[in-house]
Design a protein around this ligand. Structure first.
Ligand code: HEM
Ligand SMILES: *[C@@H]1O[C@H](CO)[C@@H](O)[C@H](O)[C@H]1NC(C)=O
Ligand SMILES: *[C@@H]1O[C@H](CO)[C@@H](O)[C@H](O)[C@H]1NC(C)=O
Length: 326
């Protein structure tokens, strides 16, 4: 699609969604005069990385979620630890599982060469997540620009702000409500688990140590359980062992996640928790049967997520290197 057509489409989407929930300070086409190639450079570099390893798509989408839920979408997840500070990225919820940092670094290097000190790391990540969704077959959506980069990243803040895969429905709902998302939006966003992978340690309790009465989680579909136990043997010390999130189509952004959940083939307790209430279970069913309805809702929810707690105007900074504050 031509850039101009794309812009018109984005404006149309924005108008039809209502601009009321656009965070003050963010703008469509924020870089149109300061760095007109910004979004194009992000997309070309992301596409190149994904042609090489499509797994980075899942990594970048998850990275956007983890950035925005901890201190807002301010690129805090991208900062490296220093001798005096353990950063978000070194939390066990992110390390070693979060992937795609090198992709962001490469985009940033190109943008620094083209428009020095202009495009924030937080904006690059927001664009890259959108491009990853589009690359894998999801609907595109407009991403506003103008986020500034934060100067603080604290490991311990990941625990209180990011939901655990062992969460029940009320914990999930609360975790998203804390960030201004409805329970419906929480169900919609959980569909991101249609792509990617999980490390064995995130499911080992479901396989081997579920409860006092059941070693194996009875809400895990038996043939999937057998398969997962083979891929994740008990007491396996290989911390890098992973399983696909969605055996139907781990590389395609579609609503098959919800069919998995309905078939008790969701990987996490938090995935199956969506069936524990009639309202959320009904939403799961609707999403499973109507891919494009879910895609539309997912786009809106990502549009909202990408504006969470942003720093704009003269706050924060434009980092020159996404891993370190200026
Ligand atoms: C609802 C609460 C959520 C919980 C408890 C949760 C938990 C997890 C866990 C434990 C993993 C496995 C990471 C690993 O071991 O490699 C994972 C992966 C992933 N999550 Fe979530 N997540 C949630 C919501 C979300 C949301 C809202 C998004 C994005 C919009 C998202 C996107 C992803 C993606 C794409 C992956 C695959 C990552 C990869 O392949 O590298 N998740 N999630
Ligand atoms: C969810 O988990 C929390 C913490 O373990 C617990 O207090 C709460 O009762 C659980 N809620 C439901 C509905 O099971
Ligand atoms: C199994 O779960 C219990 C309770 O959560 C925990 O105390 C124990 O350490 C776990 N055992 C293993 C082998 O992980």
């Amino acid at each position: 699609m031509e850039r101009k057509e794309e812009m018109v489409l984005a404006m149309f989407v924005l108008l039809s969604w209502g601009s009321s929930f656009i965070e003050a300070g963010l703008q469509m086409g924020f870089y149109s005069s300061s760095c007109p190639q910004a979004e194009m450079v992000v997309r070309s570099e992301v596409n190149m990385a994904l042609r090489n390893d499509v797994g980075f798509a899942a990594g970048l989408v998850r990275m956007q979620f983890h950035d925005c839920f901890v201190r807002g979408c301010d690129g805090s997840v991208l900062l490296d630890s220093t001798p005096t500070n353990k950063a978000e990225k070194d939390s066990p919820v992110n390390n070693p599982s979060l992937r795609g940092f090198e992709v962001i670094d490469r985009v940033k290097a190109r943008l620094e060469a083209a428009c020095k000190g202009t495009v924030s790391c937080a904006d690059i990540l927001a664009f890259a997540a959108r491009d990853s969704i589009a690359f894998t077959g999801g609907f595109g959506y407009p991403v506003l620009g103008g986020r500034r980069d934060g100067r603080v990243s604290i490991l311990s803040e990941t625990f209180s702000n990011l939901p655990s895969p062992n969460s029940n429905l009320s914990q999930l709902t609360q975790s998203f409500a804390n960030k201004g998302f409805s329970q419906d939006e929480m169900v919609t966003l959980s569909g991101a688990h249609t792509i990617g992978r999980a490390h064995c340690n995130t499911i080992s309790n479901r396989l081997y140590n579920f409860s006092a009465t059941n070693q194996l989680d009875p809400s895990l579909e038996p043939s999937l359980a057998t398969q997962l136990k083979q891929q994740c043997p008990q007491g396996n010390n290989d911390k890098s062992a992973v399983v696909p999130m969605n055996l139907r189509s781990s590389y395609t952004f579609d609503s098959s996640y919800y069919s998995n959940v309905l078939a008790m083939r969701g990987l996490f307790t938090s995935d199956e928790a969506l069936l524990t209430d009639p309202m959320t279970a009904n939403r799961v069913m609707m999403n499973a049967f109507d891919n494009s309805m879910w895609q539309n809702q997912f786009s809106r929810a990502m549009f909202k997520l990408s504006q969470l707690g942003v720093i704009t105007g003269t706050g924060g900074e434009i980092r020159l290197n996404c891993r370190v504050i200026n």
